[in-house]
Write a protein that binds this ligand. Structure first.
Ligand code: IMP
Length: 204
């Protein structure tokens, strides 16, 4: 029996995501790599219409390029009264040259125009794991329900965290202790669902 530790590529460059997942990742029986270990890897375009499709495209695409078991996620913010926007375009909302202060301003302006006072929204995260041939082995999805604040609050987390108030709380993810987000986030929920698969994974 080989004692070599299996490698797992976490197919992201987003340091915010890797930081939030560290508690999970530390418990996995894999040698972990991420995309910064493969500077020559070509970006896999997120051309899917859903988070699940994009997660699968990225897991397969990076697995085939690196020859490694690969895990990818796709996530974003869906605002109810904006018909689910920015959704799969969360990272690209407002165009490629806008920063998150501008993206949040744009979203608040759009949402204010709707007259919606409930401001319901949800973060969604889909995860896919692909083998070295690009075949999808497992998928999961996690959702965190909440609402959009009137203005950005706090500077913790990343992305849209300063304008998202998770259900059951009065403060945004930007203000709440990061440990709170790690327990209730969409990413936490999606990972929790896929962890049993990863723990029991055996290469064939
Ligand atoms: P992805 O890298 O294609 O999954 O893009 C996800 C985008 O959705 C990020 O760039 C953020 O804009 C947003 N997003 C996803 N998860 C979070 C989160 O936990 N907090 C804040 N923004 C998030």
């Amino acid at each position: 029996m080989s004692t070599e530790v299996q490698k797992l590529l976490i197919a992201t460059n987003n340091s915010g995501k890797i930081h939030e997942l560290r508690d999970f990742l530390d418990t996995l029986p894999f040698e972990l790599l991420n995309l910064s270990d493969f500077p020559d890897c070509a970006d896999v375009e997120e051309t899917g219409a859903t988070f699940a499709e994009n997660a699968q495209l990225k897991a397969s695409g990076y697995a085939m390029q690196t020859g490694l078991l690969s895990l990818a996620d796709d996530s974003g913010l869906e605002v109810e009264s904006l018909d689910g926007r920015p959704g799969v375009l969360s990272a690209r909302y407002g165009g490629p040259d806008t920063n998150f202060t501008q993206k949040m301003d744009l979203l608040l302006t759009e949402l204010n125009k709707t007259g919606d006072i409930i401001r319901s929204a949800r973060f969604v995260c889909s995860i896919a794991v692909a083998d070295s041939d690009g075949r999808i082995l497992s998928t999961s999805e996690g959702i965190c329900e909440g609402k959009i604040s009137s203005i950005p609050y706090g500077s913790g987390g990343f992305g849209y965290d300063p304008i998202f108030i998770p259900e059951g709380y009065e403060q945004t993810f930007g203000e709440l202790n990061e440990r709170v987000k790690q327990k209730i986030s969409h990413r936490f929920r999606a990972f929790e669902e896929i962890i049993p698969f990863l723990r029991h994974f055996e290469a064939v």
